[in-house]
Write a protein that binds this ligand. Structure first.
Ligand code: SAH
Ligand code: SF4
Ligand code: F3S
Length: 450
């Protein structure tokens, strides 16, 4: 499908915000625009004929951030009116035509489920100089319209399902990404194979709740997420398998067991809990209580004693009391995380929680956030300290910023720097950990590859 128009479009810049699903979508947009128009990705908006913003609206001030970035692009477009500007992703989906009302120089608005139509949209604009908005929610058709992944890099991402049906009261994702829809197993395996053929040794399976996966198997039956994991793990050339994000509500026994059984499945799990208070878990519509969460963690650790856990927390949800927040701190102490993301609650337009008064004072939210962050920093520090003296398998990812150093990841997802050689990229090498910092480790290669 070559759509090259008369006046040359040569370069593409994509600014990506938000979760890894957006990262995946951006790379697919790049694949597609390369196929349709031969566009080459550039690192700066200033050099681009087409600028796409892939936006996120999960937390505060998302829309304002988009408009201020757009202001910058407008200046570029004033000088080069042929330039095409598109806004996609979750803010695109939520705001729709409002974006072009406020920023008339935006040519295209699209959502997470319509970006496969970008080449067509670009064609329309170039023909008619009209503005285009495409934010309907087609039934997961995009994957059937995307070109093959342009496999490169040692670590690849594959979106296995779209959307979310959980409707946590604070969250926009079900509205911006639509309902949960799973890709067929065969499509996912084929995409993984393309990545592996392109040199990947690690694959991360992506979705807002991957363990809600229910996809059509090659046998015509519905497969759940654990069945998919076993199948992906068997692919030739795959050394490391990861996934994100999973929901505590759907952590089945089989999935916990898989951590002990699948050698390629790395011992790291991001399992957001948001709060340690039963009252809040209920108010947030999370679908489980704290006792169930603890049971899940116990089962996971029984099958995979080295499992590193991370999580997401929200402080200052409407009605959160000191006692609720203490329950959160206590849960963190009891579980023991390697890392976590902590957020202050912010009301999102259109969500049920936004109808309640945002009644925890800002100063209280700040104080709780600081208390949680300092507990987490201490837990992360301890997790790093525990690595000292260990020899771990590091997947070498790239040259580090320090000359002569390489950087890679441990099985449990910690960053390690060590003296190495760019030829080692893509290899898994034993490294002895000699120093622990706040967010990373320093090690020494055991077997130098000279
Ligand atoms: N699907 C994932 C989370 C996706 S959003 C899950 O269910 O775990 C990523 C994180 O953003 C959430 O886990 C939550 O901690 C945070 N978040 C989402 N909406 C928020 C809001 N309105 N205010 C503050 N944090 C929010
Ligand atoms: Fe949002 Fe909840 Fe769905 Fe996660 S599970 S994406 S927090 S609604
Ligand atoms: Fe953000 Fe949309 Fe992902 S709101 S977190 S980009 S699903």
């Amino acid at each position: 499908m070559k759509l090259k128009a008369s006046k040359n479009l040569d370069t593409l810049f994509i600014k990506t915000y938000g979760c890894q699903m957006n990262e995946y979508d951006s790379s697919r947009m790049a694949d597609m625009m390369k196929e349709a128009y031969g566009l080459r990705l550039v690192g700066m908006a200033e050099d681009a004929d087409v600028i796409l913003m892939n936006t996120c609206s999960v937390r505060e001030k998302a829309e304002e951030k988009v408009y201020s970035e757009l202001g910058r692009y407008k200046k570029l477009k004033d000088k080069r009116p042929d330039m095409i500007i598109g806004v996609g992703g979750c803010v695109g989906q939520q705001e729709g035509e409002r974006i072009q009302q406020r920023a008339p120089y935006v040519d295209i608005v699209f959502g997470p489920q319509t970006y496969h139509r970008l080449p067509e949209m670009v064609k329309q604009i170039r023909r008619n100089r009209v503005r285009v908005t495409e934010i309907d929610m087609p039934e997961i058709e995009k994957f059937d319209h995307l070109p093959k992944v342009d496999g490169h890099g040692i670590s690849g991402f594959v979106t296995i399902m779209e959307g979310c049906d959980k409707f946590c009261t604070f969250c926009v994702v079900p509205y911006t990404r639509g309902p949960e829809l799973s890709r067929p197993v065969a499509d996912i395996l084929a995409e993984c194979c393309q990545l592996l053929a392109g040199g990947a040794v690690e694959i991360s399976l992506l979705g807002q709740n991957v363990n809600g996966y229910r996809g059509m198997g090659p046998d015509g039956e519905e497969w759940d997420f654990t069945m998919l994991l076993y199948a992906v793990a068997e692919l030739e050339g795959l050394k490391r398998l990861r996934f994100t994000t999973s929901h505590p509500m759907e952590m089945t026994q089989e999935l916990c067991v898989a951590f002990g059984e699948i050698p390629q499945l790395m011992p790291y799990l991001h399992l957001p809990v948001q709060s340690g208070s039963d009252v809040l878990l209920k108010a947030m519509h999370r679908g489980h209580d704290r006792a169930t969460y603890f049971r899940t963690i116990d089962t996971l650790r029984k099958h995979c004693p080295d499992l590193a856990l991370s999580s997401d927390f929200i402080v200052g949800y409407p009605g959160e009391t000191d006692a609720d927040f203490d329950d959160t701190l206590e849960l963190v102490r009891q579980v023991g995380y390697d890392s976590a993301f902590c957020f202050k609650y912010s009301p999102r337009p259109g969500t049920p929680a936004a109808k309640s008064e945002d009644n925890v004072p800002e100063a209280v939210k700040d104080a709780r956030l600081q208390a949680l962050l300092s507990l987490m920093r201490e837990q992360t520090r301890q997790a790093m300290q525990r690595q000292l003296g260990r020899t771990v398998d590091v997947l070498v990812e790239k040259a580090s910023r320090n000359a002569g150093d390489m950087q890679g990841r441990t099985p449990d997802f910690k960053i390690v720097h060590f003296r190495g050689n760019p030829r080692q990229v893509g290899q898994i090498m034993p490294v002895r950990i000699v120093e622990a910092y706040g967010q990373s480790l320093r090690g020494e290669l055991i077997l130098a590859d000279n």
